[in-house]
Design a protein around this ligand. Structure first.
Ligand SMILES: Cc1cc2nc3c(=O)[nH]c(=O)nc-3n(C[C@H](O)[C@H](O)[C@H](O)COP(=O)(O)O)c2cc1C
Length: 233
C-alpha cells in the first residue's frame, strides 16, 4: 500500500469523496483514512453510485476515521453528476458549508446569510438561525410557528407541525447540540440540546437551523412546552 503523508493538522473539516463499490466504500479509501487520526475533526462523505445509493458507506467512513460524528453526506448517481451543481449547493447550505463557488460574480449564487430567529419558551427568548436550504425556506414562510413540544430522553424537545414540507430529503441519524430539525417520518420539529456524544437516532432528521444561545436553559423546562419560532422583530 502506498503511504500518504498529508498534514491533517491544518484542517478541521475533511471531505472524503469516493465511488460506491459493493454498496460500500472502496477498501483503498478506508486504508487511507486509517492512516490518520481525525478525532475532533468533522468528516463529510460524498459519493457517486450507479443507482443503489450510499449503502453502508457513511457508517464505514465513520468507523475508519475514528470520529464520533460524520456530517450528512451526499450520494449522486454517476450519470447525474454533470447537472448536480444545484443539489450539491443545497446540500452544502444545509450542512452549513460556505458557498464553494469560487466565482463570486456568478449570478446563480444563492448563498446568503442564515436568517436570525427567536425561539420563545415560557418567558425565555433564545437566539437562533434558520439556514438557506429549500426545506428551511418552507419554515421561514410559515413563521411564526408555534409547536407543542415534549421533552424526550434528556436530549431534545419535539412536536408535530401542522403543515407538510415538500423539500424533505437527505435526512441523517445524528445531530449536534443546538440543531433545529425536521423529521418527515412523523412530521415533527425538534430542538436537540444535549448528548451529541450519543448521536444515534432511530428516525432520520434534517437540520433546518440552530439555536445559537446557551442550551443549558432546556434543563429548566417542564417537559411540555409551547415553543414559538419567530422572525427577529
Ligand atoms: C467494483 C465496482 C463495484 C460497484 N458497486 C456498486 C454498487 O454496489 N452500487 C452502485 O450503485 N454502484 C456500484 N458501482 C458503480 C460505481 O459506483 C460508479 O461507477 C462510480 O460511482 C462512478 O464513479 P467513477 O467514474 O469515479 O468510478 C460499482 C463499480 C465498481 C467498479
Amino acid at each position: 500500500m502506498k503511504e500518504s503523508s498529508l498534514d491533517m493538522a491544518g484542517y478541521d473539516t475533511i471531505f472524503v469523496g469516493f465511488p460506491i463499490w459493493a454498496t460500500d466504500v472502496p477498501q483503498a479509501v478506508l486504508s487511507f483514512l486509517n492512516q490518520y487520526d481525525l478525532s475532533g475533526k468533522t468528516v463529510i462523505p460524498f459519493c457517486t453510485h450507479d443507482g443503489y445509493g450510499a449503502g453502508n458507506s457513511y457508517e464505514s467512513i465513520r468507523e475508519a476515521s475514528h470520529v464520533d460524528s460524520v456530517k450528512e453526506g451526499i450520494a449522486i448517481e454517476a450519470k447525474d453528476v454533470p447537472g448536480a451543481q444545484d443539489v450539491v449547493q443545497e446540500w452544502l447550505d444545509r450542512i452549513q458549508i460556505a458557498d464553494v463557488n469560487t466565482d463570486n460574480t456568478s449570478e446563480d449564487s444563492t448563498a446568503t446569510e442564515d436568517m436570525p430567529i427567536q425561539i420563545v419558551i415560557d418567558d425565555k427568548i433564545l437566539e437562533g438561525v434558520l439556514y438557506n436550504s429549500s426545506l428551511a425556506e418552507e419554515f421561514k414562510e410559515k413563521l411564526p410557528i408555534t409547536v407543542s413540544m415534549s421533552g424526550y430522553g434528556g436530549r431534545e424537545y419535539y412536536g408535530g407541525i401542522d403543515f407538510t414540507p415538500l423539500n424533505a430529503e437527505n435526512g441523517q441519524l445524528n445531530f449536534e447540540n443546538g440543531d433545529i430539525t425536521y423529521c418527515s417520518t412523523n412530521n415533527t420539529m425538534a430542538i436537540f440540546y444535549a448528548q451529541t456524544d450519543r448521536p444515534n437516532l432511530t428516525m432520520e432528521v434534517i437540520p433546518i437551523g440552530k439555536v445559537t444561545s446557551d442550551l443549558a436553559v432546556f434543563d429548566t423546562f417542564s417537559g411540555n412546552e409551547e415553543i414559538t419560532f419567530q422572525a427577529v422583530k
